[in-house]
Design a protein around this ligand. Structure first.
Ligand code: URA
Ligand code: SF4
Length: 210
């Protein structure tokens, strides 16, 4: 089976994890992507935000949530009263998965498979064990499935505080939609409603942090 397990060093700090992840060959996604995009932010963060996978911009720049979805997320976080600079931000899958009609054509995001999510899980587990956040914000279905299992449905639990055991530790989690889903809204009216929904869920997270 695909797994990052043999690439994850024991007893490593975040910096050592990040450099080890740069060489991960745990699943085939490293082949087409430019680089591993590891988590970033405050190592003592009280809140960890978990997205799906890096997008085109993240793949180029090597940092999570620096593209359009990240800009929207930062705005929503600030509006909800969560300082993005105080957070640790990462993804369920650390390499960009995409389709491309021809070389030099636009790279189109493709959802990671359950096998790829499972393969990449040891990196997320190691990040959680080191950062030990007080709260995890789940951004969309992929992050939810990666952390809570394949029966996760974001619509059923968004904007609520869940208490679950993850890798043997009790965790509090607030699920919400992925910021990209706001960008994909059909028209301005839908986009505004989707954005307000995201902000409302993030306010639940802000309140849970106290
Ligand atoms: N979408 C994600 O899920 N993660 C990123 O880092 C960027 C876009
Ligand atoms: Fe390793 Fe995850 Fe990249 Fe697959 S997606 S190669 S498991 S870092």
């Amino acid at each position: 089976a695909y797994t990052a397990e043999p690439f994850v060093p024991e007893g490593a700090d975040l910096a050592a994890l990040r450099s080890a992840a740069a060489g991960c060959r745990g699943c085939p996604l490293h082949r087409a992507a430019t680089r591993t995009v590891f988590g970033a932010g405050n190592a003592d963060a009280r809140v960890m935000l978990v997205g799906e996978q890096p997008g085109d911009q993240e793949d180029r720049q090597g940092r999570p949530f620096v593209g359009p979805a990240g800009k929207l997320l930062d705005r929503a976080l600030a509006e909800a009263g969560v300082d993005p600079a105080e957070a640790y931000v990462t993804n369920a899958v650390k390499h960009f998965k995409f389709t491309q009609a021809e070389p030099r054509k636009r790279r189109i995001h493709k959802a990671p498979s359950l096998r790829e999510m499972t393969a990449c899980g040891p990196w997320l587990a190691a990040e959680l064990a080191l950062v030990e956040p007080e709260l995890i914000v789940i951004l969309g279905a992929t992050a939810g499935k990666a952390l809570l299992g394949s029966s996760f449905r974001v619509g059923e639990v968004r904007g609520t505080v869940l208490e679950r055991e993850i890798h043997g530790r009790p965790e509090r989690l607030v699920p919400t939609v992925h910021p990209s889903s706001v960008l994909r809204a059909r028209d301005d009216e839908d986009r505004k409603a989707a954005y307000e929904g995201l902000v409302a869920d993030l306010r639940v997270a802000a309140r849970a942090l106290g």
